[in-house]
Design a protein around this ligand. Structure first.
Ligand code: PEP
Ligand code: MN
Length: 266
């Protein structure tokens, strides 16, 4: 594999002595929903909130996200709370608009090998403070995942973070299978930071905290978890969203594991 990337950090998002937690709802549903969910993220002691305005839904009949209205809610609420925003980009046409509302652009699993999107994002973020979270494709090898990241860096985008979010296997007790060995392998093959999304991997909230602990031990640089102020009512991925009480305890639950790895949960 021809790996050329030598990336610095993600402008403070990822640091070697920290374990970064990004939390928030799957999707921005309304101002009231997002402000309630983001307030819990802030109260839990985290600095980065997630929320999709453009959603890659399996069915065209499912809620597709609020689009530009969702972006405005993201930037308004994050500005009020002093949080940074991670949100998904699906269409090259939307990159500039999304960059006005979010610091970190997420490329979803289904777009990991959308090479024209990756190149356009790399060029757009070159020389800016923006970063990218690149999710691993549902059926992508570690090599394909790293080379997808190289599309962004080769186009000039420095701040790329890999995110393991589970792969498709024969197992049916979880939505996907979290591949923690891929986290370790990717960190050995590149100097890109690697975070873990246990929420999409498991698809069920009862596994999110145990998998988060395991991710710390597997040398991950952070986590992206879904949380919602009222999970039963979430429009998207309701079964995997952490409720507020679990989010509030997350930092304390993870810190002993992070301390063992020489990191501080932030
Ligand atoms: C998400 O983060 O909401 C999402 C759709 O993730 P993935 O691309 O990993 O399925
Ligand atoms: Mn989701």
């Amino acid at each position: 594999m021809d790996v050329k990337t030598h990336v610095k950090t993600t402008n403070g998002m990822i640091q070697p002595s920290s374990f970064r937690v990004i939390a928030g709802p799957c999707t921005v549903e309304s101002y009231d929903q997002f402000v309630a969910s983001a307030t819990a993220v802030k109260a839990a002691g985290f600095e980065y909130v997630r929320g999709g305005a453009f959603k890659p839904r399996t069915s065209p009949y499912s809620f597709q996200g609020l689009g530009e209205e969702g972006l405005k809610i993201l930037s308004e609420v994050s500005g009020e709370l002093g949080l940074k925003v991670v949100t998904e980009v699906m269409d090259p046409y939307d990159i500039e608009m999304i960059m006005e509302h979010a610091q970190i652009l997420q490329v979803g699993a289904r777009n990991m090998q959308n090479f024209s999107l990756l190149k356009r994002i790399g060029a757009a973020i070159a020389g800016t403070d923006h970063g990218v979270v690149l999710k691993r494709g549902l059926a992508a090898s570690v090599e394909e995942w790293i080379l997808a990241a190289e599309y962004i860096t080769a186009a000039g985008g420095d701040n790329v973070v890999l995110c393991e979010r589970g792969i498709r296997t024969f197992e049916t007790s979880t939505r996907f299978t979290l591949d923690l060995s891929a986290v370790i392998v990717a960190k050995r093959l590149t100097d890109l930071p690697v975070i873990v999304d246990p929420s999409h991997a498991a698809g069920r909230r009862d596994l999110v905290i145990p998998l988060s602990k395991a991710s710390v031990a597997a040398e991950a640089d952070g986590l992206m978890v879904e949380s919602h102020h009222d999970p039963q009512e979430a429009l998207c991925d309701a079964e995997q969203a952490l409720p507020v009480e679990a989010l509030m305890g997350l930092k304390d639950v993870l810190q002993p594991f992070a301390s063992a790895m020489g990191r501080e949960v932030i």
